[in-house]
Design a protein around this ligand. Sequence first.
Ligand code: GRF
Length: 189
Amino acid sequence: MKRIAIFASGSGSNFEAIARAVQGGEIKAALSLLVCDKPGAGVISRAEALGVAVFSFSPKDYPEKAAYEKEILALLQARGVAFIVLAGYMRLIGETLLTAYPNKIVNIHPSLLPLFPGKGAIERAYESGAAETGISIHYVDEGMDTGPVIAQCKVKIEAEDSLETLKQRMHQAEHLLYVQTLKALFQEA
Ligand code: GRF
């Protein structure tokens, strides 16, 4: 069974959706570790409530990205982690982890990539007047939201939507798409 780690920086609703699907057996994987670059982030208390091991760190305590990625890599390798799932992790993945996990890191982004990469994707789609936006799950490369897309789903922007109602619907769509996509990725051959 594949051992995975999830990286997150924020509230952790995607983390929780995936962790529950793993613990419930819907995703055939073992969740070995949460890696979080924001001590005190909401995702940490979600992990503790679910009994998932946590490594949290402050990047400012390290001289550069390679230093903290080397520490993370040692923890992942000690746990036999084979795959990394980014779920609202707000840092670019550097050479250290990309080299150790080629085509083994996935990310979720709240837009129909290549539209609206980067921060504020939901806001920019909403302000663009587009009739729809969506969610993308992609392999991670050295760029920001630029790796090969694995799965996408569309989310309509309704005339009566506020930014908040759109965000809520987007998060629900994220949780569904991520669990479905990881379930397909990890199903035993
Ligand atoms: C999600 O919108 C995800 O697409 C983006 O960061 C957000 C994380 O939300 N990359 P949460 O922390 O999983 O609730």
